[in-house]
Design a protein around this ligand. Structure first.
Ligand code: AMP
Ligand code: MG
Length: 653
């Protein structure tokens, strides 16, 4: 353990204040090892479960077949039960005539008359073989011969079309072993043996509590400064997905007495308790203090070298695991899937979740902080030789990145990066990921949704991953996407996009976006002015604050041309999207910026047009014939999409 600790370098200066609160930071591996050592081995409780509810449960006892299946020799076809010896000489030239016995053996009818030599008894598929018979001839191979006899024109071998008693499952045979996860096949085997109830591992009952004064439950009205409780719902669902019986208690305020009462009650009624939020050791954060009073040995790890997820707290109170997940939903999910799911599944006697891990190639380098295990959200797409995992949505606060992410990769604490081309293990948020039909990687535009809407309605899955124009072009060159939306201006030729294409790519014209200055309506420095006049008055007023764009953005090139040498207040505020610029202006954090007309209008801001930007698609030629690509090209050319684009303020090319 000492080894693990000493390899982890000292925290960066900027984190010292925060870090002081966690005096012992454990590595992920050490924290997990201590947590598991405090919980296992342990006896897993079992309970009887009706077959209808047993799907997905772990069998807790060996099951021996109590009967033969089938329970009697039975016919596999519709035909006649015969003695094969009677038909030894039968042929086309010399048919054998058999007299019919006076009964018909339907399914579920027990025969009463024997099949004597020279006779046959009509029998249905599934009917029990009568005494004396040893084979079945199919009805197709016979002909009626008078009212009460048949002619057979081919020989029958003994046992022909007969399933013998116990041939499927033999009485006394080991049917299923303890630990088997019950699927539909196992349910079928048990049902065939007449077993209506089995002993299975009892689902661990897991209480879920959200904490925070700011939380409101979905369905209720959102107060000022409040947010919806995301963790409660997502953690409860993830517990159910992993074999637990989730019991969501609600969101409890950051009040020590109220929270302690809720935690005590929850723990008394359950096998495990999962809280989220309130674990940062801040002033209002009390849950870890309460845990210390709930049982032995108490807190096992609080402060783990994870990014995000450092405040994760692992505890065991009188044998029951108690976990406090970080408050940010994505941090809560990373740590839950990575560190809590394995423990929960062991408590439920379930094996590690094989269907929730895939291997995929990470096409780009991901930088990582040395000394902390880092989780990075990824989106999966199908590459030429296997799955590709695109890193997406860094920043632990963003729930939206979930929408595009299929899971996450883990970068080891001792690695400073994950090199491009790494074959990484991806932990899926939801098992059995469906790889999208159409993959669009590059610059994002709200107009894109207007074009892809019809594809989604037609049942095609579309994934668009926003990595900027240059990132999209690189992905297209590597053949990792179908289309890369780009808006790159070439200074030399003064044209858009075409100069940036390389072999294997062709340009599909998209639409034009008017870029211009946004400001709050009524601001006299901008209202009714030309771009030049507006710039003069903005730069002349020292109280006027701008919002810039990130380096590499097409819009940034325009801003730099407008500003020349000037560096007004706000220059260093460099958000990465058109929407963020509009938000900064409408929320008074800035007075002006450059964005596209549809975004300005959607935010109700004033707009002075400057230049039209070309938003086009670099199409990977090798993938052009794919049905989803054709569907996209059709949609792009359609009247519906062009009308929708025009209505939203774009000019279709
Ligand atoms: P905390 O650890 O309580 O300081 O929470 C960290 C951040 O996560 C804060 O921004 C909280 O508002 C947010 N947060 C905490 N719990 C939840 C929850 N159940 N759902 C959504 N966000 C949450
Ligand atoms: Mg809180």
């Amino acid at each position: 353990m000492k080894d693990v600790m000493t390899k982890i370098p000292a925290p960066k200066q900027s984190e010292n204040l925060d870090q002081d609160q966690f005096l012992t930071i454990l590595s992920r591996e050490e924290a997990l090892a201590r947590f598991e050592a405090a919980l296992f081995p342990r006896a897993i409780a079992s309970e009887p479960r009706p077959l209808a509810d047993a799907l997905g449960a772990a069998l807790s006892e060996d099951i021996t077949a109590p009967i033969d299946v089938p329970p009697f020799d039975r016919s596999n076809v519709d035909g006649f039960a015969v003695r094969s010896a009677d038909l030894a000489s039968a042929s086309e030239a010399a048919p054998v005539r058999l007299k019919l016995n006076d009964e018909v053996i339907a399914c579920g009818v027990a025969p009463t008359r024997p099949v004597l030599s020279g006779t046959a008894t009509p029998i249905a598929t599934g009917g029990p073989l009568p005494r004396g018979a040893d084979a079945i001839v199919m009805v197709e191979h016979t002909q009626p011969s008078g009212a009460r006899a048949i002619e057979v024109r081919r020989a029958a071998s003994p046992g022909q079309f007969v399933s013998y008693a116990g041939s499927d499952i033999a009485r006394g045979e080991a049917l299923l072993r303890a630990g088997t996860i019950i699927g539909s096949r196992e349910i079928g085997m048990l049902a065939a043996c007449g077993i209506a109830e089995v002993m299975v591992a009892r689902k661990p009952r897991v209480a879920v509590i959200s904490t925070g004064d700011e939380l409101v439950q979905p369905g209720e009205a959102l107060r000022a400064a409040a947010i919806y409780d995301t963790n409660g719902a997502i953690v409860a669902a993830a517990i159910t997905e992993n074999g637990g019986e989730a019991c969501f208690i609600g969101a409890i305020k950051d009040d020590e007495a109220a929270l302690e009462a809720a935690m005590r009650r929850a723990l008394a009624d359950s096998d495990m308790l999962v809280l989220s939020g309130g674990t940062s050791k801040g002033a209002g954060d009390v849950s870890h203090r309460i845990i210390a009073r709930l049982g032995q040995p108490g807190i096992i790890a609080h402060g783990i070298a994870l990014k995000p997820g450092k405040p994760l707290c692992l505890a065991v109170c009188d044998g029951k695991p108690v976990v406090i997940l970080p408050g940010f939903p994505t941090s809560a999910m990373f740590t839950f899937h990575d560190m809590i799911v394995p423990v929960l599944r062991r408590l439920a006697a379930l094996p590690p979740r094989a269907d929730a891990k895939v291997t995929a190639k990470v096409p780009v380098r991901i930088a990582s902080e040395l000394g902390r295990t880092e989780f990075v959200m990824v989106s999966l797409v199908e590459g030429a030789d296997g799955l590709i995992a695109y890193p997406s949505g860094k920043g632990s606060g963003a729930i939206t990145s979930f929408a595009q992410a299929d899971g996450f990769v883990r970068i080891d604490a001792l690695a400073e990066q994950m090199p491009a081309g790494t074959e990484a293990e991806v932990t899926l948020f939801t098992p059995h990921v469906r790889v999208p039909d159409l993959v669009i990687v590059g610059s994002h535009c709200t107009g894109l949704d207007l074009v892809t809407a019809s594809l989604s309605h037609a049942g095609l899955t579309v994934r668009s991953i926003a990595v900027g124009s240059l990132g999209g072009l690189a992905a297209a060159k590597r053949g990792e996407c179908d289309l890369a939306p780009i808006h790159l201006f070439d200074d030399k030729s003064e044209t858009y996009n075409t100069p940036f294409l390389s072999d294997g790519l062709e340009l599909v014209p998209g639409w034009r976006r008017m870029q211009g200055i946004v400001f709050r309506k009524g601001d006299a420095r901008f209202e009714g002015k030309t771009v030049q006049e507006a710039m003069r008055s903005a730069l002349a007023d020292p109280a006027c604050v701008m919002v810039n764009r990130n380096q590499g953005a097409g819009t940034r090139i325009l801003i730099d041309r407008l500003l020349g040498e000037a560096r007004p207040d706000g220059y260093w505020n460099q958000p990465r999207s058109h929407n963020a610029v509009a938000a900064a202006v409408s929320q008074h954090r800035a007075d002006w910026g450059l964005t596209i007309a549809p975004v300005a209008h959607a935010s109700g801001l004033g707009f002075i047009p400057l230049a039209e930007e070309h938003y086009d698609f670099a199409l990977v030629k090798a993938r052009k014939q794919r049905p989803a690509v054709q569907a996209f090209l059709d949609a792009l050319a359609s009247e519906d999409a062009r009308a929708a684009l025009a209505k939203a303020g774009f000019r279709p090319a």
